[in-house]
Design a protein around this ligand. Sequence first.
Ligand SMILES: [Zn+2]
Length: 484
Amino acid sequence: MKYLTTIGLEVHAQLKTRSKMFCACPVEFGAEPNSHTCPICLGLPGALPVMNEEALRLTVLTGLMLDCDIADVSKFDRKNYFYPDMPKNYQISQYDMPLCTNGKVPLHDLAYPKDAQKNIAIPDKEVHLVRIHLEEDVAKSFHFETTTGIDFNRAGTPLMEIVTQPEVSSPEEAFAFLTALKQILIYGGVSDADMEKGQLRCDCNVSLRPETQGELGAKIEIKNMNSISGVRRALAYEVSRQIEALGRGEKLEQETRGWDDARGETFLMRTKESAHDYRYFPDPDLVPVKTEVLLSNVRARLPELPKHKRARFVQQYEITAYDAGVLANDLELAAYFEKAACASRRPKAIANWILNDLQSALSASGKTIKQCPILPEELNELVALIDSGKISSRQGKEVFAEMFASGKSPSAIVQERGIEQLTDTTAVEKICDEVIAANPKPAADFKGGNAASLNFLKGQVMKLSKGKANPQMVGEILERKLRA
Ligand SMILES: [Zn+2]
């Protein structure tokens, strides 16, 4: 029996604002617990919320980047439930009038896991969205041996919820969706989207059904995944668990499961019977928002999107789609490439240096591209030195290593080491004449048809020039002279 997998994702992204959603407390990761709190985010009686306009702008900006419809008027609602990490006993969220509806996230080859890039079911798939709304985050609980501590620093920080249509059809596609979405959020400066810091969180719904069945299978939700690869593994585990259960003739029921990353297993958290009724109603302390005023500001902030950058790199710099994809994956790396490539006659060579030598040097030294000791202009200079024949490509590698270690410019290193190649033809010709005159036997052997003798003569010229002659040029000159 073949089964079809249907996955829907719900992503929470922490917005990159200076202060919280409804108060002036700072948003800062890793601060001393409960050091960023006030009567509003602690939910003390009588405290009144004031909207953070930047959070509204960032959500609308996300909506524009993802091709959503932006509501003319949007409002906030109270989502009522009781939980220790939420002192008001309700969370301010959006119910029936979210800021954004519809929209889509385009997937691309490099967004898939490396081992799945050769086997993509639907190339250039777009995952459609249901909505994007804005809400406040809750506090964070820490479970100790016998007690639980709560840190309210996170309570009230602006959180964007992005909900997809149930049209993701494999764990690999879910991975690609999250990677592509994360990239767009970073491009827009909307969120740092660091899953390890909890800035991007994801819940998945996954259901399986026999190929012959039209109706969707039981919806099973998975929570608590804290990396994109964790989402992939959790979904893969859940898909095979459900196939096995269905194969045994079991009937699956709607339930919520957690993900144990260390054990690589999902586990039951609660069944449908314990589902909440949130009793949503409009928050009487907050007026509805007209988005018209936000839009003009936000339109001016629309960045070049990843897919447009990739296409432009291919077109403008004539690099491969793959290279463009790798460069555009990282906004800093893309900016570095452009700075070096815009003045270069060979952007393709610049891309090669960055993707091979520079990236491996950076990872070996544990540096990021921002901490790179080689300026983009200097990399361009190095490529120009090699292209002009002033240094060989082998010497180029040595110069590169020293540039990375010392931060010196390539021309300074070439000068210091005295490794500049002899590209003056008359000087090289003169040395060749001397070598031929001093070695009559090998010269005669070459003329007599012994091609290997040329290498001996070439070696002598290189020796006499102290290795500074361009080997290719030496070979050409010697051959010309000996055949004359
Ligand atoms: Zn506060």
